[in-house]
Design a protein around this ligand. Sequence first.
Ligand SMILES: Nc1ncnc2c1ncn2[C@@H]1O[C@H](COP(=O)(O)OP(=O)(O)O)[C@@H](O)[C@H]1O
Ligand SMILES: [Mg+2]
Length: 192
Amino acid sequence: MTTKIMRTFDTSLPIDAALPQLTAALARNDAAVLVAPPGVGKTTRVPLVLLDELWAKDRKILVLEPRRLAARAAAARMASTLREQVGDTVGLRVRFDSKVTKRTRIEIVTEGVFTRLVLDDPSLEGIAAVLFDEFHERSLDADLGLALARDAQVFVLFNCAAAPDRSEQCAVCENFSGMADEINHQVILFRC
Ligand SMILES: Nc1ncnc2c1ncn2[C@@H]1O[C@H](COP(=O)(O)OP(=O)(O)O)[C@@H](O)[C@H]1O
Ligand SMILES: [Mg+2]
């Protein structure tokens, strides 16, 4: 039997309180929306935790960032959390710069890079989940990426600093249930 290994971290972050509910939501459904203010750990902690979920086994997690600078910063931070270099477990793929190796399980990519990636391989072979970071910002690339990711059989998680309005929720998930769990006054999880 495969046993899930719980990763531990040197510092605790407010998002930690929401992680059991988040992983439970993704074990039952194929999408979720995570809403929490800046600084709680949506970007740099959640991907590291999802990596250990059994459904992610041997496959990759893609994290989509709207901007190159944010992508670089997130990759550097996550790699240093693991005491590794970018290109080990955590890789980076932005225009004109790719730091990805055979060891890489989390790829931080810009939304434009993701669009090309998914157009090349619409089934997203080898990808377990796609995280849309800063999804509240909305962009053409993110919306296109979302439509294409929903066609592939992958888990989808949206990180937002502000709750999406009703019409945006529908764009995110066809069968959005409107179910929201408020966790530790800061984190709201919508299960889709
Ligand atoms: N490059 C960094 N250097 C030092 N601390 C950082 C860095 N990136 C993130 N952190 C710390 O990790 C916390 C979580 O950051 P982050 O995952 O970016 O939060 P969120 O995505 O929810 O805004 C921050 O509050 C900060 O304390
Ligand atoms: Mg963030």
